[in-house]
Each structure stands twice: as structure tokens, then as C-alpha cells.
Write a protein that binds this ligand. Structure first.
Ligand SMILES: Cc1cc2nc3c(=O)[nH]c(=O)nc-3n(C[C@H](O)[C@H](O)[C@H](O)COP(=O)(O)OP(=O)(O)OC[C@H]3O[C@@H](n4cnc5c(N)ncnc54)[C@H](O)[C@@H]3O)c2cc1C
Length: 421
């Protein structure tokens, strides 16, 4: 039987950076299971590639600290490895008088968090984004940068394998628990001392195998982008975002110049009927009906979800999508927005005891296992700082050891409060 000191389920950014941190702390024998044949097939390889600047989080909260620290650690990593990194910054623009106050609030929060931000007038905005529109004032965040997420994942894998202390089993699925400290996988049983669940969209079901996090279950949201045609791509230099509605878990339609110079516009967001339902009928299963019923329940029981469900889908109509886009950038015509193959799924955790969307990272632990739930944006940015935090707070040294306490990072103390791209 295969044996591992630490068995990590999931080779996304969370699993890889946790392995990296554990190796730095002296772990000798880590085994990572990844069900896909290639790395980066899900959120970590499909995201926007933005290193966020931590501007949306309450002052002093852990999520603010982790996002900014993660941003700096990831930039340093990219520089040290010669990986693509473009420090474009970002502007957040106000579409009308009513958003100016929120912009000032964001500026105060971000400054308190240590982010490099400034409020700029329309003339200054011109120097950063000559075609951006704003009402009187805009927020500029200098720390925001663009990276190539897949290049980072590949580089991390290479580093881990080079230590000789990490093995990566691609095309290998965790199927359940055979017995205590033995996992059942598609390659047979694997015994471990500590199990780490970093399975992204499947993290809730895996925690359930361990009898944990029973009141949490994911519902997936699906979204698409459009692309600014090459003739108009010069309208956007970096990142142009609207002032977000802080009650909504999404950031609103925005413009992002990716590391390879494509300018993406979006995203849209609608409930999806499968955790990996990227295309119309892809990966639908018996669970699709359960997801549909969960969506319906939440629609009736949760006003915030109802608002999202009623406002987001209209962006699928070209007219509404264009209206949103046009409110951020001048000289835009409907034909400038072309189709784009980028499809994403955001696995959103719901606390069914409270009927609430969980807005934070959630970490749940027992004697033999640790589970990272709800690793939503800005988890890519924060991942290296988050790995430090998880090992310090939950694992102690290189393993769970006798620290059996089940701890949970709850609202305001962990990552990811409001909306995200
Ligand atoms: C549209 C979108 C844009 C985003 N943009 C940004 C951004 O610009 N900046 C940012 O910081 N964050 C962004 N995020 C968030 C970020 O991408 C995610 O938070 C992060 O990638 C989550 O990483 P993960 O490792 O938890 O999950 P994943 O990347 O999904 O990795 C989990 C892995 O586990 C594997 N797995 C699942 N089940 C099993 C099993 N049973 N056995 C074996 N393997 C299994 C999966 O195949 C997968 O590879 C974005 C998210 C979305 C959806």
C-alpha cells in the first residue's frame, strides 16, 4: 500500500502552496492526489490572473492581511522564477454620484490595510486609463498585478518534485475513506498520518466523508466573459472595475487586460447545474437535481441570493451586458465585444443551518484531517500567505499531531469577504 506522511487531495493553488509551506517546515513525505491528467483544469487555472490588492476587506482583518501579504509573496515568487508578472495597477470608477461615497469608504479601508491606494480626479485617471469613465473621482490601487496562473502552477509543481519529498499522482481520485487514516483512491488504498482536503469544488463532499462540515454544501455559479476586439483593445491598459455592490458576492462587469494582452470583459454569473458544468450538458449528474432544488430553496429563503439570482442573469442579454461595460469605458460600441471561450465556475459554499452564502474561507479540522472549504477569490492571490497561516494556526509543525481541536475560521477573521472576480 502507498504511504504518505501528509496526503493532500487537490493539486490546485491551495494544495500546491500548502505542500510548499509544509516542505519549508520540514515535511519529508507528501503525496498529492489530482484527479485530472493535467494541472490547472479548474479554478486555479481558469481564473482572471489578477493579484488583488486587498482593498475590499475590513481594516485589520486576516483576509486583508493575507491578500496583501499573498500578493507580495506571489510577486516575489514570479520575479525569482522569471515568470510573467505585469504590475498594471487597477482603477475603480464611480458610475454616478451615489457611488462616490463608497469609493471614499473603500479608500479608507484599503489605506488602513496598508494597500497603496489613492483617490484620483478625472485628469489623473486619464494618465492611467485614458478611456475610463468616472464620476468626479476614482480609486487607483497600485498593488494590483497580472500573472499567468498556469505558469505559476507548473512552476510550483516543478519546485515540489525537485525536492524529492513530494510525489504528485495525476489522474488519481480520492473516493472515500477505507478505514481510519487510509484513503480509498482510484489507484487503491493510501495510508497517511494527516489528510489535507484542498479539493476546491468538491471540498464539501470530501469533508463529509470525514463526518465534518455537514451543514455546508456547495452550489456552483457559472460565468462567461467577452473579449474586446483587437482594434479596440488599446482602450484598456490594465484593470478597470466598477464600485462593487458590497452586498453582492460578485464584483460586477469589469475590464481586465490579461498577461497575454487579451482584454476580457465580464463576468456574468448564473447558477450552474454541476460542479464542473463548464459547457451546456457537461458533467451533469444525479446531483444536478439536488443543486437545482438547493438554488430554488435559497431563492425563497435568502434575500441576498434572490437579488443575485434576479440581477446577474440579465447580463447574459447582450444589451444589458453592453450597458454595464459602456458605463466604465468611453468609445465602446456593441460590436467591440466579441465572444470568448473563457468559462468559469465559482463553487460557492452555503451554510444550510443559516441558509447563508459563506463569504469567508473556512478551515475545519479533526485529529487526522484538515479541510479547506470555500477557497474563493482572492484565494489565488492569498495562497502563499494562507498556507503560512494554515500551517501556523492549524497544523502546528508539519502535521496535525495531537492537536485535535476542531477550529473554524469564521466571518471577518478569515479570507474573502465580499465580492470577487
Ligand atoms: C472566474 C474566477 C476568477 C477568479 N479570479 C481570481 C483572481 O483574479 N485572483 C485571485 O486571487 N483569485 C481568483 N479567483 C479565485 C481562485 O481562482 C480560487 O479561489 C482558487 O483557484 C481556488 O484554488 P483551489 O486549489 O482551492 O481549487 P482548484 O483550483 O479547483 O483545485 C482543486 C483541485 O482538486 C482536484 N480534485 C477535486 N476533487 C478531487 C478528488 N476527489 N480527488 C482528487 N482530486 C480532486 C480538482 O481536480 C482541482 O484540480 C477566481 C475564481 C473564479 C471562479
Amino acid at each position: 500500500m502507498e504511504q504518505a506522511e501528509i496526503l493532500i487531495c487537490g493539486g490546485g493553488i491551495i494544495g500546491l502552496t500548502l505542500a510548499r509551506e509544509l516542505i519549508a517546515r520540514g515535511a519529508e513525505n507528501i503525496l498529492i492526489l489530482e484527479k485530472e491528467e493535467e494541472i490547472g483544469q479548474h479554478a486555479s487555472g481558469r481564473n482572471s490572473g489578477v493579484l488583488h490588492a486587498g482593498i475590499y476587506y475590513p481594516a485589520g482583518s486576516l483576509k486583508a492581511k493575507l491578500c496583501l501579504r499573498g500578493n507580495r509573496l506571489m510577486k516575489a515568487y514570479c520575479r525569482s522564477k522569471g515568470l510573467p508578472l505585469r504590475e498594471t495597477g487597477k482603477v475603480v470608477v464611480a458610475r454616478h454620484e451615489g457611488e462616490v461615497q463608497t469609493l471614499h469608504k473603500l479608500h479608507a479601508m484599503a489605506s488602513n490595510n496598508g494597500a497603496t491606494v489613492e483617490l484620483i480626479d478625472e485628469r489623473q485617471l486619464d494618465t492611467y486609463e485614458p478611456f475610463a469613465r468616472t464620476h468626479q473621482v476614482a480609486l487607483r490601487a497600485a498593488d494590483t498585478a497580472m500573472v499567468d496562473p498556469k505558469a505559476i502552477l507548473r512552476s510550483l509543481v516543478q519546485d515540489l518534485l525537485a525536492t524529492g519529498r513530494v510525489r504528485l499522482l495525476m489522474g488519481t481520485t480520492f473516493d472515500g475513506l477505507k478505514q481510519t487514516r487510509t484513503a480509498e483512491t482510484s489507484r487503491g488504498p493510501i495510508s497517511y498520518e494527516v489528510f489535507i482536503n484542498a479539493a476546491g469544488a468538491y471540498s464539501d463532499t470530501i469533508a463529509h466523508h470525514f463526518g465534518l462540515a455537514r451543514q455546508f454544501r456547495l452550489i456552483p455559479f457559472k460565468g462567461t466573459y467577452r473579449e474586446l476586439g483587437s482594434a479596440k483593445a488599446s482602450l484598456v491598459k490594465g484593470n478597470i472595475y466598477p464600485v462593487p455592490d458590497l452586498r453582492n458576492p460578485f464584483l460586477g462587469v469589469h475590464f481586465t487586460r490579461g498577461i497575454h494582452d487579451h482584454v476580457y470583459v465580464g463576468p456574468t454569473a448564473i447558477p450552474a447545474f454541476g460542479r464542473e458544468n463548464y459547457r451546456l450538458f457537461e458533467k451533469l449528474s444525479g446531483e444536478s437535481l439536488r443543486i437545482l432544488l438547493d438554488d430554488a430553496r435559497l431563492f425563497f429563503l435568502n434575500p441576498k441570493f434572490r437579488t443575485v439570482a434576479l440581477t446577474e442573469p440579465r447580463k447574459y442579454l447582450a444589451r444589458y451586458f453592453f450597458e454595464d461595460a459602456k458605463s466604465l469605458v468611453k468609445s465602446l460600441c456593441p460590436d467591440d465585444l466579441g465572444p470568448c471561450g473563457k468559462v468559469w465556475i465559482r463553487p460557492q459554499l452555503v451554510d444550510w443551518a443559516k441558509k447563508e452564502l459563506v463569504m469567508n474561507f473556512l478551515v475545519v479540522k479533526d485529529q487526522e484531517s484538515l479541510h479547506i472549504l470555500n477557497a474563493i477569490s482572492p484565494a489565488f492571490t492569498s495562497s502563499m500567505a494562507f498556507a503560512e497561516y494554515v500551517v501556523d494556526e492549524y497544523l502546528g509543525s508539519t502535521g496535525c499531531g495531537e492537536a485535535a481541536e476542531v477550529r473554524r475560521a469564521s466571518a471577518g477573521t478569515a479570507l474573502c469577504a465580499p465580492p470577487h472576480s
